[in-house]
Design a protein around this ligand. Sequence first.
Ligand code: BYC
Length: 329
Amino acid sequence: MYGNAYIDPNSKLGKILEGEDMEKLEAFEERIVKGDKIEPSDWMPKEYRKQLIRMIEQHAHSEVIGALPEGTWITRAPGFRRKLALMAKVQDEMGHAQLLYSAAETLGKSREAMINDLLSGKSKYSNVFNYPAKTWADTAVIAWLIDAGAIVNQVANAKGSYGPYCRALDRICAEESFHLKYGHDNVVFLATGTKTQREMVQEALNRWWQPIMHFFGPSDKASEHTSILMKWKVKMASNDDMRNQFFNMYIPKIWDLGLTIPDPAFRKNEETGKWEYTEPDWEEFKRVINGDGPCNKERLGVRRWAEEHGAWVRRALNTPESKYVMPLA
Ligand code: BYC
């Protein structure tokens, strides 16, 4: 029994809750309903722990890998002011990963295990970072619209139930809002510039449109984890609701700049308040998140290189009495 309801042990929920102490589970869920924050030493169902590790770890990896597409432009940024701002942004993203790895560690998975799972391809990270930033305008679109999408997601989930994740998200959102301003300034500059600059930013938006649609996750009917995550207030809105909220906030701003959305079916249905669009290619989404996107190999290759070449630093830090020195060459 679960509350007053019988749960079929063969149902999805039955399997998720198998072996749980029902009294403790009910007390936990009462706390969730009240809006309490759950802290690392509190009792929690096994599935709650597992889901949080999965989601926070993927988020941390997304920040690490997410630094790469824009990072490749630091040496080519147009001007010193843009270069400084981009360097600061990329550094912030790596800092976000540190906060998130620390939050995930409170649930019992070590940072080393998380990094190993990223490098072996076992863990996922956000689809969007497996596409190349072909021109400077791509970095502007990433910094404006991907960061905007991330803020929509994170501002909502910062009000969720797991204390360490929510606190990390609060800090991350404060910095992301600067990224968004930097990205918006960049896009405005290009969209109000010469014909070539306007074309460049429109082409970048065309390239990034589908990855941005994918960014919020599969549609609600296809989303595997949303129902349990919303029940336990890890996710505070469904994938489709987050996507719709993003459209409400950013489509008018995109149109104001004279840019167009590369989807002739894209429009707001004023009766339902929902945006209508051509479904993005979900088969491509699956391929990309499972390792077969345009840049997956390159992205993980960079991280493997960093892991290998930074190993001596970790050894030296972990064994201060030893005589490790930086290898030459
Ligand atoms: N990419 O049941 P669903 C940033 C997977 S970085 C890849 O709906 P869920 C930035 C999902 O993992 C911030 N995989 O999942 C950094 C699941 O597979 P598994 C990135 C995706 O968890 C640098 C399967 O599809 N933000 O802003 O309920 C520079 C079924 O999906 C994606 C976060 O990480 C995806 N887009 O909902 C600039 C936010 N979507 O694990 C910017 C935290 C779905 O069963 N994460 N999948 O193998 C979340 O909020 C949720 O995990 C999602 C997905 C909304 C993304």
